[in-house]
Design a protein around this ligand. Structure first.
Ligand code: IMP
Ligand code: MG
Length: 180
């Protein structure tokens, strides 16, 4: 058994502040768009973004519909292979919706790029992306991120939805992981 070494990266308070700032920007923009529950659809990526989405959405005082998608990348464990599969599609119709995708972290950009292409075919009225974290130095595919909580260096992070082999999602804070 190898022991994982976790170093605190973002505290609860820091995460709350990032969410607050994102919520304010999103609220301002979507109020200006005059969205209604009939045309505002928030799409959350399973499983990692669930914690972020639950906190963020409750700071946005606008009625919306919420749906989930699940994507997975196949290939070597530690490296994104670039081959993405859709494991769960949206259930709510995307056509003519103002779609806001919530993801917890953008790394190579391949997952998000795949999802954006997949949703574009369904003819949304608009489509934007919000992510809590982004690792720009890891980008392999360019993706436009409309709302980013914080850019981070190339570290492997866990907690607050982020996992390492399905572990650590439940942690309140975000930690950098080093395998000892
Ligand atoms: P991408 O397709 O390379 O951008 O990968 C995006 C997905 O990989 C994220 O939504 C996460 O699920 C996962 N991921 C990327 N970086 C990390 C990390 O540091 N910790 C945990 N999961 C990560
Ligand atoms: Mg994810």
């Amino acid at each position: 058994m190898t022991a994982d070494k976790l170093t605190l990266f973002l505290s609860r308070d820091q995460i709350d502040q990032l969410n607050q700032d994102l919520a304010e920007k999103i609220t301002r923009d979507y109020l200006a768009l005059d969205v209604t529950p009939s045309n505002f659809l928030v799409i959350v990526t399973l499983k990692g973004a669930v914690f972020f989405a639950a906190d963020l959405i409750r700071k946005i005082p606008i009625s919306m519909k919420i749906d989930f998608v699940k994507l997975s990348s196949y290939g070597l464990e530690t490296k994104s292979s670039g081959s993405i599969a859709l494991q769960k599609d949206t259930e709510i119709a995307v056509k003519d919706q103002h779609v806001l995708i919530l993801d917890e972290i953008v790394d190579s950009g391949r997952t998000l790029s795949f999802l954006l292409d997949h949703l574009a075919v369904k003819m949304p009225k608009s489509i934007k992306v919000a992510t809590l974290l982004s690792k720009p130095s890891r980008r392999e595919v360019p993706v436009q991120i409309d709302y980013c909580g914080q850019e981070v260096a190339d570290k492997f992070l866990v907690g607050y939805g982020l996992d390492y082999a399905e572990k650590y999602r439940q942690l309140q804070e975000i930690y950098a992981l080093e395998s000892a």
